[in-house]
Ligand binder design. Structure first.
Ligand code: HEC
Length: 645
């Protein structure tokens, strides 16, 4: 008995720690695009110094630039078909010709910047991190990986620098950083520079590479610029030019200067604003509208890939359309219009399934449908805050729905303990749920202040927690059912009441109560957080009353369930209780698989069947399949026990 409990705990700890490390699928456009952008970046920066007034001054470097501009053409030719491809190729040809004719460096930089922008737009290449990079440990990351060459301050004077040819870059070198965006730096950190000691750091996580790129980009700005930039930003300058993280990571000083000039400021002002934003990227965090726009762009990208016959890339883009787009806005949409959220989710799942097949027409039709729904979501979000009535029902229903499941589990187990004369063990149940509530409050604080819990990590956490809860409930149900046979029952009481209950058993009780409650807290917290943004002074009162009313009703329900439990004849009580827990396990199993389907970790084969989210019923083979397995296990265990007793 004890060994089994321990196994169970170890298993759940393993699952949870694995979950913390799981990485989200990377949205790759193609493998060619980053290399192509890097080549353009290099020609833009390095060509200039190789010529002066139409004459070559550095033959070796110049030859390299000729080679690179040819490589740009080749890479571009290998990119998938797109409506703009012909005009992109034309620009690439112009670049190559400009290099041959030894035109001035500025002209070539202009052309490479133009082609880069066009490429990013027409292939919707992702030039921004999925979320703001976590800068908390970037200093030590730089010290241990980069300082040996680039120097502790990024001046290119690390202990190894002397021995290297070419020398490591000095990140304070303004001339060189002038046309580099954060994305260019990220690209170089990811790919390395072939033929130099700058190797690829692709073994670092995506987030770490973005954090390093952001850090490196800060070396080239001064405190004076930062202060000036902050002032300008607070006066509302350049807000239309810098609207998103993607703008921040794709704009160089050169481009920021141009943007500022066309907005009637000086180039220096533009650079100052960029310095400021690089030091405080959080002021640009994604809005819901941007998230939805990015979904729309990714859907288009996916269809373009499907047209070009690249099914894999089409599917990746389809997944990214959900995870890096609508998913981020989902919590806000759900509180305003739940059925719309469901429709969008369904359309996105169907789109992903179609993206796997070769049916381009059906895919394009589904795209139209999804885009319509997404635009509808934008209108719903624009219409803004909630009415008092909606705030009350919203906060009431969310807590009630999430709370009932948890209460059923807790009340059932508590009643069971009372009946077995184990009142003393109830404190473990209390410890579990109180711990979960405390952690729920911490989760809320973290989500509010430190990181945004959204996208894949959220779905994954919810999914795994639901599956773990299902597994534990099967176990506890089995245990209760076991106790429901009179003979065993006597033994059970004698054994358990006379001996103190084993320590590990008690901790499993605490664990059950913890997981049952935390799972619901996690979802409730994220929903409330999204709702709170839409609540204004007028509806605040209703919002809070909704929570209070839900808590009151939950207390009544738990009291009733508990009383009913204690009143029932003992044997019946255990049987009903066991069945209740098995049913909840079936519900949780369905919900868990559905979450994992949303992150694309489990496939989703649809067929026509009702969809009742509250009961964990979704019309897919995978969800219903696992539920069937859980049902069979439950029924099997009960029959087996009946036989053997
Ligand atoms: C073994 C030495 C070495 C190490 C370690 C190293 N680099 Fe480099 N790095 C170089 C060299 C050399 C170059 C110049 C390549 C060239 O001339 O194009 C370079 C260039 C770069 C560039 C391009 C900058 C520009 O504007 O030209 C970036 C960005 C960069 N390194 C970042 C990093 C980061 C971040 C790390 C740590 C994760 C790192 N490097 C570790 C040697 C190194």
């Amino acid at each position: 008995m004890r060994a089994k409990f321990l196994q169970l705990i170890v298993l759940s700890v393993l699952i949870f720690s694995g979950l913390a490390q799981a990485e989200t699928p990377a949205p790759t456009s193609t493998d060619l695009a980053p290399r192509l952008l890097q080549m353009l970046d290099y020609v833009g920066v390095d060509y200039g110094p190789t010529v002066r007034q139409g004459r070559v001054v550095n033959a070796v470097e110049y030859a390299e630039m000729e080679e690179f501009s040819g490589e740009i053409l080749n890479l571009l030719k290998a990119m998938p078909a797109s409506p703009d491809k012909a005009s992109l190729l034309q620009v690439a040809n112009t670049i190559s010709a400009a290099v041959e004719q030894r035109l001035p460096g500025e002209r070539v930089s202009q052309l490479t910047a133009e082609l880069k922008n066009d490429l990013i737009r027409s292939y919707t290449i992702v030039v921004a991190p999925q979320a703001l990079p976590d800068m908390s440990s970037v200093d030590s990351l730089f010290a241990s990986n980069c300082a040996s060459c680039h120097g502790a301050e990024g001046r290119g004077d690390g202990p190894l620098a002397q021995t290297l040819e070419p020398a490591p870059s000095n990140f304070h070198d303004i001339a060189r950083q002038h046309s580099r965006s954060v994305h260019d730096l990220y690209n170089t950190i990811s790919l390395g520079v072939p033929g130099t000691s700058m190797r690829s750091f692709s073994h670092l996580s995506d987030d770490q590479r973005w954090a390093l790129a952001m850090m490196v980009s800060r070396f080239s700005g001064s405190d004076l610029q930062r202060k000036k930039g902050e002032q300008l930003w607070q006066q509302g300058q350049l807000h239309d030019q810098f609207t998103s993280i993607a703008d921040l990571t794709s704009i160089s000083y050169a481009r920021a200067g141009e943007l500022a000039l066309s907005a009637g400021l000086t180039a220096g002002d533009g650079e100052a604003v960029l310095v400021y934003l690089r030091s405080a990227p959080e002021v640009l965090e994604v809005s819901n509208n941007e998230a939805i726009d990015s979904s729309i762009a990714k859907l288009a990208e996916s269809v373009a890939y499907a047209r070009a016959g690249n099914t894999r890339a089409a599917h990746t883009a389809a997944l990214s359309a959900y995870l890096d787009g609508f998913e981020l806005a989902e919590p806000s949409v759900v509180v305003l219009d739940k059925s719309l959220k469901l429709k969008i989710e369904k359309a996105m799942i169907e789109f992903r399934e179609l993206a796997r097949s070769n049916n381009v027409d059906a895919l394009a039709a589904k795209q139209t449908e999804a885009v319509d729904l997404l635009n509808q979501a934008k209108r719903v979000l624009d219409s803004g805050s909630m009415s008092g009535g909606a705030a009350f029902t919203g906060s009431f229903i969310i807590l009630l729905r999430e709370g009932v499941e948890a209460i059923l589990v807790l009340a059932a187990i508590m009643a069971a303990l009372i009946k077995t004369g184990r009142r003393d063990a109830i404190k473990y149940i209390h410890a579990g749920w109180i711990g979960a509530v405390v952690l729920g409050v911490i989760t809320w604080w973290v989500a509010e202040n430190l990181i945004s819990i959204s996208g894949a990590s959220r779905e994954l956490t919810e999914g795994v927690a639901a599956l773990v809860a299902a597994a534990i409930l099967i176990y506890v149900g089995f245990w209760l059912h076991n106790a429901s046979h009179s003979q065993r029952w006597k033994q059970f009481v004698e054994q358990k009441v006379t001996n103190a209950m084993e320590g590990s058993t008690l901790w499993v009780l605490a664990l059950v109560s913890f997981i049952a409650v935390y799972r619901e807290m996690f979802e409730t917290v994220l929903f409330y957080q999204a709702m709170w943004v839409q609540v204004d002074a007028g509806s605040e009162h209703s919002f809070i009353m909704g929570i209070v009313a839900a808590i009151a009703l939950l207390v009544v329900i738990s009291f009733l369930v508990y009383r009913l439990g204690v009143k029932l004849p003992i044997r019946q009580f255990f049987q009903i209780n066991a069945i209740l827990l098995f049913v909840l396990a079936v519900v949780f199993a369905g919900q868990g698989v559905a979450r994992l389907q949303e992150v694309g970790m489990v496939g989703a084969s649809h067929f026509s069947f009702p969809r009742i989210e509250m009961l964990g019923i979704y019309p897919t083979e995978q969800t219903l399949g696992l539920q069937l397995v859980v049902l069979i296990i439950g029924a099997g265990l009960m029959l087996y026990q009946r036989r053997s007793s």
